[in-house]
Design a protein around this ligand. Structure first.
Ligand code: ATP
Ligand code: MG
Length: 213
């Protein structure tokens, strides 16, 4: 069919660094929702994180490319990294919608922790209206809490939110950064190519974020 509406998963994150937890939730949701693509969007200057402590966008973009390259259904966009100043998800979605001329449906993929903070995001009502939210379970975040939050958001904003159980992987970028600083192994927590990239560029050895390539 020539004009069929495409279904795109949007996987936003700081990806500092990208790890297997991110890849598994993206792939699970792609399959469950029969998405045409999942677009990974490394965050530019997210409002909820201290920008001075985040690794440069160049490095995070390269690592995201390396991690996703073997999956033909995964793409990476630098839409947020190319912007100056604080970046908000709603502005990114508006821009993507414009590019697709409304011939696409967006599924915003988040982990449980991000969903719990959703009420603090800019123009959340508009955001929920423009894309379907899919929240993946994450170890450390109780399903009952997620369900309560989903109900609260659904009744407040009158929009449905999906919750999906994914294989539990107790992996976080914070833990990976700490392990590297301590000299502990990160093997199998992230793709080998990303680990090699981190070693080559000496990332995460100190507390200071690394600048441009
Ligand atoms: P950090 O520790 O720096 O916050 P992170 O591991 O949480 O890193 P992010 O880049 O903040 O990674 O996360 C991007 C998205 O992926 C978020 O919606 C987050 O909830 C989700 N996510 C990350 N890791 C997992 C995981 N292991 N299981 C389920 N969801 C995850
Ligand atoms: Mg996080």
């Amino acid at each position: 069919m020539r004009n069929h509406i495409k279904k795109y998963g949007i996987m936003g994150g700081t990806f500092d660094p990208i790890h297997v937890g991110h890849l598994v939730i993206a792939e699970e949701i792609r399959c469950k929702f029969k998405l045409d693509k999942v677009i990974f969007i490394p965050a530019g200057n997210p409002p909820h994180k201290d920008f001075s402590k985040i690794t440069s966008g160049d490095h995070r973009y390269q690592m995201t490319l390396l991690a996703t390259i073997s999956n033909p259904f995964f793409d990476v966009s630098s839409i947020e990294l190319d912007k100056k100043g604080v970046t908000y998800t709603i502005d990114t979605i508006i821009e993507l919608k414009k590019c697709c001329k409304d011939k696409a449906e967006f599924y915003f993929i988040t982990g449980a922790d991000s969903l719990l903070e959703l009420s603090t995001w800019k123009n959340v009502d508009q955001l929920l209206n423009m894309c379907k939210f899919v929240a993946a379970t994450r170890p450390g975040f109780q399903m009952s809490k997620i369900e309560t939050k989903v109900k609260e958001l659904e009744s407040k904003y009158n929009q449905g939110i999906y919750t999906i159980s994914v294989p539990a992987l107790q992996i976080s970028s914070t833990d990976i950064r700490n392990r590297i600083k301590e000299g502990d192994s990160v093997k199998y927590l992230l793709p080998e190519s990303v680990e090699s990239y981190i070693i080559k560029h000496k990332l995460y050895l100190e507390n200071v974020a690394k600048g441009c390539l």
